[in-house]
Ligand binder design. Structure first.
Ligand code: TMP
Ligand code: ASP
Length: 238
């Protein structure tokens, strides 16, 4: 077992995670909380065991993506709620990939949820709580120097590869990957996939019943939130 760097001061507390510095300047410890928020924290709650489930599910998905040759910040899971990660300089652009119309796309364009897209679309949102993460064109990110043009090219191509890998894996487990949000960061001249991949950041529907197995159960008060998170973990661990 490799030695684990010492956990030092908290660097940042987000809505779902806390980030700690470590004795290795290139590594951070990410702690997954049970806190759940929606609509930019206008709605708050907790989802029991969410932290542990999201930590384990992110480990599985990052491992899958690393095996497919995609570089991520994931180093290893340390315990139930903590993961050792490379310390990224986060690019303030959230990347969303959609395979099926749902959520804000359905609302913005007046479309019914559930319509399959003939090709996956990549959208970009400016990561800003005061502005509620507005949808942007990639050119905005270049103009305002949130990312360079080559970085955005890399992000787009990585996002589509993440979609392909996750979609194939989940399809084999009877799950439809409707859409997801990912974040990227800079690390010694590279662009790595960061953050987490879990039912908070993805929409997962059961293929047979189309039942929602993700955070929409919390956002929309559909009930059985914990059960859905547990079921998703069981199905990806199998
Ligand atoms: P949206 O349809 O609300 O724009 O969400 C698209 C995807 O992004 C969905 O899988 C949920 C995820 N997401 C986040 O991870 N964080 C957020 O703050 C929001 C609004 C969505
Ligand atoms: N990230 C959102 C919030 O800011 C939650 C969500 O809808 O996923 O509260």
């Amino acid at each position: 077992m490799e030695s684990t760097p010492e956990k030092l001061e908290m660097l940042y507390e987000g809505k779902a995670k806390k980030l700690y510095a470590t004795s290795d300047p290139d590594l951070v410890i990410c702690y997954f909380k049970d806190d759940a928020t929606a609509f930019n924290a206008k709605k708050r709650g907790t989802i029991e065991d969410k932290g542990a489930i999201n930590n384990r599910m992110s480990e599985l998905f990052f491992g899958l993506l690393e095996n497919a040759g995609l570089k991520t910040h994931f180093v290893r899971r340390l315990n139930d709620r903590e993961m050792l990660c490379k310390r990224l300089q986060i690019i303030p652009v959230e990347t969303v990939v959609r395979n099926i119309v749902a959520g804000s796309m359905a609302k913005r364009l007046g479309l019914e949820e559930g319509r399959e897209l003939s090709f996956p679309i990549v959208e970009y949102y400016y990561k800003s709580d005061p502005l509620d993460d507005p949808l942007i064109y990639p050119e905005h990110a270049i103009l305002f120097e949130w990312a360079t043009a080559p970085e955005l090219e890399t992000i787009r191509s990585l996002a589509l590869k993440v979609n392909e890998e996750l979609r194939r894996f989940l399809d084999g487990r009877g799950i439809i990957l409707v859409d997801f949000k990912i974040e990227f960061g800079r690390y010694h001249g590279d662009i790595l996939l960061g953050d987490e991949i879990c039912p908070d950041t993805c929409r997962f529907w059961d293929k047979a019943s189309r039942r929602k197995l993700d955070k929409d159960r919390f956002r929309r008060d559909l009930g059985d939130v914990e059960q859905a998170y547990q079921e998703m973990l069981r199905r990806v661990e199998d």
